[in-house]
Design a protein around this ligand. Structure first.
Ligand code: KIV
Length: 288
């Protein structure tokens, strides 16, 4: 029998407000208990509600919106106004279904590099649009920016490894942290970001062994991997990637969760299950 579908993706099997809200203490508790954190990108109200009903812990309004929704060649061209607009839509979608997911939004390229004050002003725009945490890319110079934001009540997710906003400096979308020196630098940067107060750390395209080491070393900052193997405290994917929708070739670390059949909410629920039970990613297929 067909399931009754309510607006914004909630179904009888996945009623809205059936979960407790995810917040910083709950994320820390999940890390401490070893429960994997399932994060997914979202760019609009409806997908946010569907992903929330499917059990996603954290929604990321990623600046990947530029590539996925705007057709840009990289995330470099994404503006703060675009991030504000999409964050507001996602936040409204969550409010409409009394969603439980924790909402993270990306500070786009050029919105935080100039000064800590610029970062605070940009983060304020995203927090007032409904974000509960902002994400920024890079290590080293970002440490004091993270501290500045955290001291002022803004939760921060850091992002190391492949940092797409600096794709031109990196020379392409390549695996980062290979070799002893690069791995040691990444570890030092990650520890400094944790000390500065970052509560989450996205690790993108780094060797699985290195991501596992970082996850073990960071006890107050949960690692969220993308192309970093299964040893991280959580996983994140770009929504369109895991639904099998690509303008270009899918990266190796992606699994198409639509391939199992069913609808979009089923695919997202399958992703959440796979992250929680540790069957995604498969290090032989999706990692380095
Ligand atoms: O912008 C984005 O979607 C991201 C994820 C890939 C982590 O930063």
């Amino acid at each position: 029998m067909a399931e009754t579908t309510a607006p914004y993706g909630a179904t009888a099997a996945h009623p809205p407000a059936a979960r407790k809200s995810v917040n910083l203490p709950r994320l820390a508790d999940m890390q401490a208990r070893g429960e994997k954190i399932a994060m997914l990108t979202a760019y609009d109200a409806t997908f946010a509600a569907v992903a929330d009903a499917a059990g996603v812990d954290c929604l990321l309004v990623g600046d990947s919106v530029g590539m996925v929704c705007q057709g840009l060649p990289s995330t470099v061209g994404v503006s703060l106004e675009t991030m504000r607009h999409h964050t507001e839509g996602v936040a409204r979608g969550l409010q409409r279904v009394q969603g439980a997911a924790f909402l993270v939004a990306d500070l786009p390229f050029g919105s935080y590099q100039q000064s800590r004050e610029q970062a605070l002003a940009s983060a304020t725009v995203l927090m007032q649009a409904g974000a509960q945490m902002v994400k920024l890319e890079g290590g080293g110079w970002t440490t004091e920016t993270v501290r500045f934001l955290v001291e002022r009540g803004i939760p921060v997710c850091a992002h190391l490894g492949l940092t797409p906003q600096t794709v031109h400096a990196l020379g392409g979308y390549r695996v980062q942290g290979k070799g002893d020196a690069a791995a040691a630098l990444l570890l030092a940067q990650a520890l400094a970001l944790q000390d500065a107060g970052a509560a989450l750390l996205v690790l993108e395209m780094v060797p699985a062994a290195l991501a596992t080491t970082l996850t073990r070393e960071l006890t107050r900052c949960a690692t969220i991997g993308i192309g970093a193997g299964r040893g991280t405290a959580g996983q994140v994917l770009v929504l369109h990637d895991m639904l099998g929708m690509h303008l270009a070739k899918a990266p190796r670390f992606v699994r198409n969760f639509m391939a199992g059949g069913g609808g979009i909410q089923d695919a997202i629920a399958a992703y959440v299950r796979a992250v929680k039970e540790g069957s995604f990613p498969d290090d032989a297929l999706h990692a380095w």
